[in-house]
Write a protein that binds this ligand. Structure first.
Ligand code: GLU
Ligand code: MG
Length: 467
């Protein structure tokens, strides 16, 4: 389990002696440096590093960092809000020792995610990880609800030797194909070994649909741990690829046409150790609370896309009939519905039943995405929101009247449209707080301006190697 406690000046209780012990162990294993990882509002992974022996100082007093990163864009330009984006001020990054791990794909390095607090010791209102910890602890304290979550990872593997900026698939075998698995056999085996060394419990790893595309999914964890693991896995997938002369992209749309890379969220709610999505009196074993949670996610989906699909490239992926889930609908194991109810096997439902939210990609900051999906679901649960009828089949084939009658609507088709929904969504904005909500709006509008006038191929190219 993740500690849900905020860092404090001087260090979380017990952290300094723990860090002292880690220094000895890290040095014995030849670890020289520690990567301190966070993800900005635009979804870009950013880091600072410290020599391993600085760890005790870092957990006591943090590592300095400008708040300006909260309003960075993917192209490293900076936008401003009322409180963010100015060159003034400093924050302290605090590594979470529960997550410290040697990077198997980068010998000599360890890794830890950070929370950020002010120099006065207050939580930084722009910190996505702090936001998710808050959402999770609030649900536990107020409603007695805990969560299990996972973020699927899809990525495209290209040749590092490709002409600058271009994507040349490193495997040409068919979708889900045995050929493709053989083509990248050594890379895949090294990746599985790295995951095991990092104590990541991989459940599946397979060649996906698009050229050079693969997917990996790992066992469910508490939401903060799941978001941390998503960041760690991407660092690992990339590092192992580089050692094989490969280059990876997690961009929602590596090319303008075809199937994109998703980052589907799996989520289940639990109370008193019971899975609310299994063995209940509602549809497919959902309890009334689980139905209302799903209804809340569905109701907020158009606004959620501003958080879960945050890039101009996200809207190259969010197309009908590509399993990205672009309609406000749910269905049991329906891969074209935005919310897929996963029941799992008869006999194993307590362990496996969950909701899959599909219009999510890996340009999304995983802390913001999970926190906002949970906030949306809890809004439904707390207001006992009714879950509409399920759909079967591909909603893209519904006649307009049928879709309207069923409440099935297309999700936003552009970042600007998503931002308008987000602006109007008081539940999501209140959950994020004014500083983060304003950062989301400013950064999305900045990305939209940055991509203005570019055709689809140029949008794909502009973001191809950013995620
Ligand atoms: N690649 C699809 C997407 O962009 C998902 C395929 C799947 O369901 O695994 O969401
Ligand atoms: Mg997939």
């Amino acid at each position: 389990m993740t500690t849900l406690a905020d860092p404090v000046p001087g260090g979380r209780p017990g952290d300094v002696p723990r860090a002292d012990a880690f220094v000895t162990e890290l040095s014995a294993r030849g670890v020289r440096g520690i990567v301190l990882a966070h993800v900005d509002t635009a979804g870009i992974g950013r880091v600072k590093t410290i020599p391993a022996e600085r760890l005790p100082v870092a957990v006591a007093w943090g590592v300095g960092m400008s708040p300006v990163f909260d309003t960075f864009l993917a192209d490293d330009s900076i936008v401003t809000t009322d409180v963010l984006g100015s060159p003034d001020g400093d924050l302290r990054m605090y590594p979470d020792l529960d997550r410290l791990v040697d990077l198997a794909g980068q010998p000599g390095w360890a890794w830890a995610p950070v929370d950020r607090i002010t120099q006065e010791g207050a939580p930084h209102p722009g910190c996505g990880r702090t936001f998710l910890r808050r959402v999770v602890s609030d649900a536990r304290e107020r409603l007695g609800i805990t969560f299990r979550a996972g973020i699927e990872i899809e990525w495209s593997v290209g040749l590092d030797s490709a002409p600058a900026g271009e994507f040349v698939p490193a495997a040409v075998g068919p979708a889900y194909g045995a050929i493709r698995q053989v083509e990248l056999s050594d890379y895949a085996a090294d990746l599985l070994a790295a995951c095991a060394a990092q104590r990541v419990e991989v459940e599946q790893f397979h060649p996906e649909y698009a050229p050079g595309q693969f997917e990996l999914s790992a066992a469910a964890l508490d939401p903060v741990a799941a978001a941390d693991r998503s960041v760690l896995l991407r660092q690992t997938i990339r590092a192992v690829a580089q050692r094989h002369g490969l280059r990876v992209s997690f961009s929602p749309a590596v090319t303008a046409e075809g199937v994109g890379n998703g980052g589907h969220i799996h989520l289940s709610c639990h109370r008193d150790g019971t899975n609310l999505h299994a063995e209940g009196s509602g549809r497919y074993g959902m309890t009334p609370d689980a139905e209302s949670f799903a209804a809340g996610v569905l109701a907020h989906l158009p606004a959620l896309t501003a958080v879960t699909a945050p890039s101009p490239a996200s809207y190259l992926r969010l197309k009908p009939s590509q399993w990205a889930g672009v309609f406000t609908a749910w269905g049991r194991e329906t891969r074209e519905a935005a919310v897929r109810v996963v029941t799992g096997m008869a006999g194993n439902r307590e362990a496996s039943a969950n909701l899959e939210v599909k219009p999510v990609d890996l340009a999304a900051n995983p802390y913001l995405a999970l926190g906002c999906v949970i906030a949306a679901g809890l809004d439904g649960l707390e207001s006992a929101m009714p879950l509409p009828e399920e759909i079967t089949g591909d909603p893209a084939r519904f006649a307009a009247e049928e879709a309207a009658a069923r409440g099935v609507h297309p999700l936003p088709t552009s970042l600007l449209e998503a931002v308008e929904w987000f602006r109007a969504d008081e539940v999501l904005r209140a959950a994020l707080g004014p500083v983060l909500a304003d950062a989301v709006i400013a950064v999305r509008l900045g990305e939209d301006t940055a991509a203005h006038g570019l055709d689809d191929a140029r949008v794909a190219a502009a973001y191809r190697w950013k995620y």
